[in-house]
Design a protein around this ligand. Structure first.
Ligand code: ZN
Length: 400
């Protein structure tokens, strides 16, 4: 039986006041608001002029390693400056004492859905230290939440690929089990073998026909060198639009002429860049990269885990942070920050039927804001989140 709901008096990003008809989970008509405010024969919901935007895209998160919903874990500082291996050891120590992973992952998912994220890309540890244990748990959680949120999983070699015995085989198996992408981690500084690391990553991507999303924290020319290598392989393998570099801090600390070249190269190769606008690092210049035609998308990354205590799972406040750290003031700039957590995210994740348009999935957020720029600066907490036209969360809490 056909299920239809009409959402009356929705304010779109362009200012238009419309009625949105949702039929079987998709927008079937968008018409100028007829001024109705009461029930007709079909189910009607009056949005009263609230701003309606598509569900947010959480482009980078770690569902397996957060302690959100569990006991507070005080941050342990590294003994002699930041050291990824030491942090991985702290993480193993913390995880051994944590609540069951499925419970923590569900808490984090509900935090994200409650704030309006309806599509997500999560990295999941797959390496010699944990094998496929994390993945098996997160695959089951994904299945349990499939009606509420679309989740892509990245097989993430947190302990390196070449320096963690058995990891290439485990990554291969992870992709067979249902991971959507293959990850990587600082090929130069972690495995100290850029080609060896990328051979495994792109080899498996090619073998399984999946995308790539690599954590790259290496800065300066070392980071830039790896970005060039990734872009080169993306182009050579015809993988435009299927490859992302997460963090890519190097793009934030290279000279302007090098950045111009890197932007053109990334745009041509079709490599997208993920940023969470970290507080204590140079990070990719969002405006310059967008100007060059690069898809820049956003993510929370770590939320209350062994790496840092921050993060609220709200991609609207992430847009605020991205805008704040980027020095965005004009409306068009604030709208760009919003695009990073919505349409650009959908493009990077290759989501189908995204947006407020006839034929698109009726995944949307309604909130009290005059327009997108105001939403980005005000970050209204009161929101309703709709998945396929059904209310799934209100004011941060799951409905029902
Ligand atoms: Zn990450």
């Amino acid at each position: 039986m056909t299920e239809q709901t009409i959402f009356l008096n929705a304010r779109l990003a362009d200012g238009a006041l419309v009625d949105l008809t949702v039929t079987d989970g998709r927008f079937s008509a968008i018409t100028p608001a007829a001024g109705r405010t009461q029930a007709t024969t079909t189910a009607t919901i009056d949005l009263g002029g609230q701003l309606v935007v598509p569900g947010f895209v959480e482009g980078h998160i770690h569902l397996d390693t957060s302690f959100y919903g569990d006991a507070w874990r005080p941050h342990i500082p590294c003994t002699d400056g930041f050291d990824v291996r030491e942090r991985v050891a702290f993480q193993a120590q913390n995880l051994a004492a944590a609540a069951p992973m499925a419970e923590r992952a569900k808490s984090q998912l509900e935090l994200c859905i409650g704030n309006g994220s309806l599509a997500m890309r999560s990295h999941v540890m797959v390496d010699g230290s944990v094998g496929l244990k994390h993945l098996e748990t997160i695959l089951a959680v994904r299945e349990a939440y499939r009606d509420l949120i679309d989740i892509q999983l990245v097989a993430f070699p947190q302990s390196g690929i070449l320096s963690s015995p058995g990891t290439p085989e485990l990554l291969d198996e992870a992709l067979r089990l249902g991971c959507d992408l293959i990850g990587g981690l600082d090929p130069a500084s972690f495995d100290r073998d850029v080609w060896g690391h990328l051979d495994v990553v792109f080899g498996l991507a090619h073998k399984h026909g999946v995308g790539v999303d690599i954590h790259l924290h290496d800065g300066g020319s070392l980071g830039l060198f790896q970005i060039e290598e990734i872009a080169h392989r993306t182009k050579a393998l015809g993988m435009a639009g299927h490859v992302a570099v997460s963090h890519a801090y190097a793009l934030g600390d290279i000279p302007a002429d090098a950045l111009n070249k890197a932007g053109a190269m990334l745009a041509t190769a079709g490599v997208s860049i993920m940023t969470n606008a970290p507080g204590n690092h140079a990070f990719p210049p969002v405006a310059a990269l967008r100007q060059a035609g690069v898809t820049v998308f956003g993510g929370s990354d770590n939320i209350r885990d062994s790496w840092w205590p921050y993060g609220d799972g709200d991609m609207l406040s992430r847009a605020n942070l991205i805008g704040y750290r980027s020095g965005f003031y004009e409306d068009r700039e604030l709208a760009a920050a919003f695009d990073v957590v919505t349409y650009a995210g959908a493009k990077a994740l290759r989501l189908e039927g995204y947006g407020i348009a006839v034929g698109a999935a009726a995944d949307f957020v309604a909130m009290r804001a005059e327009h997108v720029p105001e939403a980005v600066v005000a970050v209204p907490r009161e929101r309703t989140v709709h998945r396929r036209g059904r209310l799934v969360a209100q004011d941060g809490k799951m409905a029902g």
